[in-house]
Design a binder for this molecule. Structure first.
Ligand SMILES: [Zn+2]
Length: 434
């Protein structure tokens, strides 16, 4: 087998480089929405990766949601060819971060290093993972310049808002076609010892109940849309939520509570528009003729989307027959199908094996409660050999004082670099690295 000692020594030498790279990425505030500084972070990655022998392409996702002159949706795809033909391993990271929110004790874009942790918005989700994949690739290429195949690193926009100006756009352009790319690793923060095989599906819809406006002192002359919505919510409580709680998935979703179907009521509004906090007027007296909710339904690989839609519409249609004057409109906002890679798929099995080698304990296979860009690589790119693996603690994503531990990143760098060795160095007829 190939002696990996020089690779491991090179990784150890790059610890300071890893810290500096992570800090510099965090200091580019790529807030989404609205989608700030995508070009700046692509230019930064371009300079970094070009200097290490990658051929780079900057690709703007014109006319995707949010793309405009003020907030263009820029992406970068960098490719480093090896010395021989072989598979391509692609690391895909989103460059956007969510809003800062309240409760920080650290500067969210200061990237302070304190007790081995780097703090900042996006530290864990997922600039730490992006930095780890870059260091892993650079260490591998410097140690084994004659490797087989190719390595790609992409930095993509808009994952936090659905990925339509990022991975979905690139997949439509053929960047994830199985002819070009054979293995995809998404360094999302799923913890350094876990391989994430996929995610549940999502269905988002707005439901509106209809009524009739009348004077509030004579509600019997109108028809209260909020009361109709109350009946809908009551049906959810008595019928839908208990039915969903019965369904369990074979997907290894974490945390445990997400192994069943779930639904969040995202918002509710009926009647007069909400007023600003400093508004001092009193409400006019009206019966509301409209009430709207937005539902966020997460579903399992075992549940067909038609069934997910069908049970909500059946419940609403039932109210139409059982409740006087009940009428509704349902508007679908978006849907995402579940995605699940087989744990025996080459990229999943390789990462799991290297996790066990580095940490001395078997890797855990998990699936994500929420979706991420794997859906586009699966459905649009038609590439199944894709998983998420990266450093960072999942529960810190989107929280105040988000951080990434340098030691965790170093573990992931080693797992990623060893996986590159397993996938891109020549093997003998028994499949072992030479
Ligand atoms: Zn993320």
């Amino acid at each position: 087998m190939t002696d990996l000692t020089p690779l491991l020594e090179r990784i150890a030498d790059k610890r300071d480089d890893l810290i500096a790279l992570t800090q510099e990425l965090i200091r580019i505030p790529t807030l989404n929405p609205p989608g700030e500084n995508y070009r700046e972070i692509c230019d930064y990655l371009d300079a970094r990766l070009s200097a290490h022998g990658f051929a780079t392409e900057l690709i703007r996702a014109y006319d995707t949601p949010g793309d405009c002159t003020a907030y263009p949706r820029w992406n970068i795809v960098a490719r480093r060819e090896g010395a021989h033909t072989g598979d391509c391993v692609h690391f895909n990271s989103h460059t956007d971060v969510v809003e800062v929110g309240q409760g920080w004790t650290q500067d969210p874009f200061g990237a302070a290093l304190i007790d081995g942790k780097i703090y900042g918005r996006g530290a864990c989700d997922m600039k730490g993972g992006l930095a780890a994949s870059i260091i892993a690739a650079e260490a591998f290429i410097e140690t084994f310049p004659d490797f087989h195949g190719a390595i790609e690193i992409s930095g993509t926009a808009d994952e936090e808002s659905g990925g339509y100006g990022g991975v979905a756009f690139l997949a439509e352009q053929g960047y994830f076609s199985p002819a070009r790319v054979q293995h995809v690793i998404i360094p999302e923060p799923l913890n350094k010892d876990r391989v994430c095989l996929g995610h549940r599906g999502g269905w988002w819809a707005e439901i509106e109940t209809k009524g009739e406006i009348a004077h509030g002192s004579m509600p019997f002359l109108g028809d209260c849309a909020v009361r109709h919505m109350g009946a809908v919510l009551d049906k959810f409580e008595t019928d839908l939520f208990p039915a969903m709680a019965q369904r369990r998935t074979d997907m290894p979703v974490v945390p445990e509570g997400a192994r069943q179907s779930t639904m969040n009521i995202n918002s509710i509004h009926g009647g007069q528009p909400e007023q600003p906090d400093d508004f001092t007027g009193l409400p006019a007296h009206c019966v509301p003729d409209s009430c709207r909710i937005v539902i966020d339904r997460r579903f399992l690989a075992e549940e067909p989307l038609d069934q997910v839609r069908g049970e909500v519409t059946a419940l609403l249609d039932g109210l139409k027959t059982s409740r006087a004057r009940f009428d509704y409109a349902l508007r679908e906002l978006n849907h995402v199908l579940p995605s699940m890679t087989d744990r025996d798929a080459p990229v999943a099995a390789t990462l799991a094996q290297q996790i066990e080698t580095v940490l001395g304990a078997p890797a855990e296979f998990v699936a994500s409660p929420g979706t991420y860009d794997q859906k586009h690589i699966d459905r649009i790119g038609r590439l199944k050999n894709c998983v998420a693996y990266g450093p960072g603690i999942l529960e810190l994503a989107h929280k105040p004082d988000e951080y990434i531990a340098v030691d965790d990143m170093m573990v992931s760098v080693e797992v990623m670099a060893r996986s590159l060795a397993a996938l891109l160095l020549p093997t003998d007829e028994t499949g072992r690295s030479l």
